[in-house]
Design a protein around this ligand. Sequence first.
Ligand SMILES: NC(=O)c1ccc[n+]([C@@H]2O[C@H](COP(=O)([O-])OP(=O)(O)OC[C@H]3O[C@@H](n4cnc5c(N)ncnc54)[C@H](OP(=O)(O)O)[C@@H]3O)[C@@H](O)[C@H]2O)c1
Length: 345
Amino acid sequence: MSQFTVAVVGVGAVGEEMLRVLAQRNFPAREIRALARSARTITVDGRSYDVQETTPEAFEGVDIALFAGTEGESGAAVTFAAEAVRRGAIVIDNGADFRMKPEVPLVVPEVNADAIEKHQGIISNPNCSTIQMVVALKPLHDAGKLKRVIVSTYQAVSGTGRAAIRELEAQVKAWASGEELPAPSAYKYPIAFNLIPQIGSFRPDYYTSEEWKMIAETHKILGDDSIAISATTIRVPVFNSHSEAVTVETEEKITREEALRLLAAAPGIVVVDDPSVAGEGGPAYPMPIETTGKDLTYVGRVREDPFVPNTLHMWVVADNIRKGAATNAVQIAEALVERGLVGKK
Ligand SMILES: NC(=O)c1ccc[n+]([C@@H]2O[C@H](COP(=O)([O-])OP(=O)(O)OC[C@H]3O[C@@H](n4cnc5c(N)ncnc54)[C@H](OP(=O)(O)O)[C@@H]3O)[C@@H](O)[C@H]2O)c1
């Protein structure tokens, strides 16, 4: 198989995981170039990477550039993605900067891999909370056509990056030693032993930017703007793996048994739904501590609504740094390679 030169931009929570996932999945890379704001050497799983400062020239000869830097005006992708594309790379971006641009495919390989065929240099990875939800929604949409989706998220601090992981650790340590909690900085309020019902910024309609990302991105990925979606996104004091309570109303009735069958047969999903073993040592339902470090989306607690027809409830958990970011991006890169779309300068 051909070998490719891959750049990873950003070596924070997501970038470091990308380096790990590329190695674990034996991505056919002749060179992996780690780029960040400042140069240094880092070690990931015993392998050392000489991190270079990100410059336009650093993308010379790169076939695939995986971006996991900062978002926004002066962020990594806005500053360097076009430079990378100009030099012949295909960019796979983790941030929100390009996701809703009509010419940019927004891809979850289990759901809409064909969208990559139409790329014009940049492909976007959806938001972490969107990725795991659409993996679980897809088989139900195909079988019964979604009419309405209501989701409440329980999002881990790793979704905010390294600084937030350290902040939760510091607050828990201070609490355990009887000290005053250090002042919050990654969040507006203490996150230890708390829930913060705000992710992103508020909009005039009282929803947050994260909630609208889940709505708009799901419409784009499923190619159906008619689905009525509402989201409530909550930051919780969990280090890693996002959980979601998802309510789904479909045009055609889907029973619990059918849903379990459809979900179990769908790519990228593991069904963990056995209430009889709860507390008995067996996995009864998905939980963040068990999905961390894994690449799949875990679904459980599937049940029919007792009052509203054609309505199911389920619980969806995935590692937000892996499936919600690094693994999804590497899967897109793998799909590009499989389809012979890389290296066509
Ligand atoms: N965490 C998640 O669950 C998640 C999920 C989906 C998407 N994302 C997105 O993925 C991106 C990275 O998130 P993260 O959690 O890994 O952040 P992070 O831990 O804060 O790390 C950010 C990394 O980006 C580098 N960087 C920042 N600005 C840069 C620039 N202008 N040029 C080059 N490199 C730059 C930093 O370099 P230095 O180390 O030199 O400072 C650092 O290595 C964000 O866009 C985020 O929204 C995150």
